[in-house]
Design a protein around this ligand. Structure first.
Ligand code: FAD
Length: 302
């Protein structure tokens, strides 16, 4: 969607919003798939309520993008604008064992910044790409660690009140790749409590996790990580692999030959190539195992 009205553009300017007309979402996502839309980048969190009020009043739909590493976006000119936070500097502020991390901060960099201050626990998250906000929304996790375990409070834009609020961990439930935040809440920053650990020990843990990832994942190809959630007690990757589907393609969308739950864009995959591959693999797993795989990747259609 394009915003062309001089009145709306002036209002965006007053809120300090950076307006990038016709941004390519394929360039902003790790899958390299997605059409075009205006991108609105927000530097001052306190202006988010006013920005969303403005968009609502003008009938402009929006979607919220973090690092773009867990989304599959439709092609063509999209009927909504995309919002994204720009982090302050510094975006990680440490006070003893407490750390305030901005939602726009890169998750991996936040983990290493904490490590340099002898704060550990998050080693397993080191190779999860994307932003802290996206990790909070998804309750990102790997190698036995989930970000939700460390969260003490979250500052967010609460869609039900239209205001920014701070929510304590006791009011949030973090589950496997799911959180109790409303779909239109926007994470702004979070306070994490991390255990003290010597830097060298954290670094050793980080090296082990990096090694495991390099050995099993197609890190030099375009993907969104795991396409499906693991069903309770099972492994989506093992089921897909067991059906001999590694390398199976729909157009330029392919089941990775390194990790069967990673679907990769091997050229110019379209949205419908990737959706078609997801549907076909899901149908074959259902036929063989009677199991309905649920997507982990977030799909933004029209
Ligand atoms: C190579 C690779 C490996 C991966 N490995 C893992 C892994 O081991 N474990 C794992 O959990 N994930 C993994 N992922 C998936 C992905 O990195 C995580 O889900 C990540 O946390 C998504 O963050 P993001 O900022 O990129 O979110 P995006 O992809 O931008 O968005 C994902 C969802 O979060 C929402 N969102 C983003 N920012 C905010 C915010 N500030 N407030 C509210 N909502 C927001 C978006 O609207 C969208 O619904 C992997 C991905 C890749 C490409």
């Amino acid at each position: 969607m394009r915003i062309e009205s001089p009145r709306i553009l002036a209002a965006l300017g007053e809120l300090g919003v950076e307006h990038r007309p016709g941004a390519s979402l394929a360039e902003l996502t790790s899958l390299g798939i997605g059409g075009t839309s205006d991108l609105l980048r927000i530097r001052q969190h306190q202006h988010l309520p006013a920005l969303i009020r403005l968009l609502r009043a003008e009938g402009i739909e929006h979607r919220f993008l973090g690092g773009g590493t867990n989304v599959l976006i439709a092609d063509g000119e999209l009927p909504w604008v995309v919002l994204q936070l720009i982090g302050p500097r510094p975006d990680v502020v440490i006070d003893g064992n407490s750390v305030w991390v901005d939602a726009a901060a890169d998750l991996g960099r936040a983990v290493t910044t904490c490590a340099r201050h002898n704060l550990g626990g998050m080693e397993g998250l080191i190779g999860v790409p994307g932003s802290v906000g996206g990790a909070l929304r998804m309750n990102a996790g790997a190698y036995g660690t989930e970000i939700g375990r460390f969260v003490r409070e979250v500052e967010l834009y609460r869609s039900s009140t239209g205001e920014n609020e701070t929510v304590r961990d006791s009011a949030i439930s973090f589950e496997y790749r799911h959180t109790s935040f409303a779909p239109s809440d926007v994470m702004l920053r979070a306070r994490l409590d991390l255990p003290s650990k010597p830097y060298e020990e954290i670094l050793a843990g980080i090296r082990v996790c990096n090694e495991k990832r390099r050995a099993s994942q197609p890190l030099n190809q375009k993907s969104a990580g795991c396409i499906f959630k693991n069903p309770p007690g099972g492994s989506a990757g093992r089921m897909i692999d067991g059906l001999g589907l590694k390398g199976f393609r729909v157009g330029d969308a392919m089941v990775s030959d390194r990790h069967a739950n990673f679907f990769v864009n091997v050229g110019h995959a379209s949205y419908s190539d990737m959706l078609g591959l997801i549907a076909e693999v899901r149908a074959r797993v259902h036929a063989a195992h009677g199991c309905d795989l649920e997507e982990e990747v977030i799909v933004w259609n029209e």
